[in-house]
Write a protein that binds this ligand. Structure first.
Ligand SMILES: Cc1cc2nc3c(=O)[nH]c(=O)nc-3n(C[C@H](O)[C@H](O)[C@H](O)COP(=O)(O)O)c2cc1C
Length: 174
């Protein structure tokens, strides 16, 4: 079971749409997946689930356990202020240190309104996952100018679709 993580808690996010497209790519390959949306994190988790409160918030524990049981992940990562969203770092900070990601594997997809495609955000996140012992697939599609390359919740840029399909195949082999 591949876990697809929507890397923002913003409502009606483009990241969520990309996560759903990614899930359909995995469906076509007969691979089961589950989408985890940071939007569904308990709103107060920063005050009730981190540090001295670790393990005390049942709703957060459910998220934590899904990550803990996962072996392969896909992170859909929007570029916020030149990096990945802070909510994603707080979520990672809420995982049991240091074992939750160790020896696991992930693929990263960056998206942005601007020309960067979240490239720097993916580099920042790669550093963190490597620090935590998680292997990051080398192919990291950067979907720049995302609004101009989507229509009706579909990617209109054939290259972007090809990149996601190739990445999915590589992650399944990884
Ligand atoms: C708080 C915030 C900061 C953002 N910063 C950037 C940025 O630094 N560079 C950029 O190209 N786009 C930036 N964007 C636009 C997002 O990258 C773009 O909307 C993204 O592709 C989709 O994000 P979503 O999943 O929240 O819809 C920002 C958006 C938000 C909400």
């Amino acid at each position: 079971m591949v876990k697809i993580i929507v890397g923002t808690n913003r409502k009606n996010s483009v990241s969520k749409v990309i996560a759903q497209l990614y899930q359909s790519i995995l469906d076509e390959r007969g691979v089961e997946s589950e989408i985890l949306e940071l939007e569904n994190l308990p709103i107060d988790f920063i005050g009730t689930a981190l540090y001295e409160n670790s393990g005390k918030n049942e709703a957060f524990n459910t998220f934590h356990d899904k990550i803990a049981e996962g072996k392969k992940f896909i992170f859909i990562v929007p570029e916020y202020n030149g990096s990945f969203p802070g909510i994603l770092k707080s979520f990672i900070d809420g995982m049991t240190y240091p074992n939750t990601f160790r020896n696991k594997k992930c693929a990263l997809v960056g998206i942005s309104s601007g020309v960067g495609g979240g490239g720097i955000a993916l580099s920042h996140l790669t550093d963190i996952f490597h620090y935590l012992g998680m292997h990051v697939l080398a192919l990291k599609p950067k979907l720049a100018k995302i609004e101009q390359n989507m229509s009706d919740n579909l990617l209109t840029n054939r290259l972007y679709v090809d990149l996601l399909q190739t990445q999915a195949d590589q992650l399944l082999e990884f």
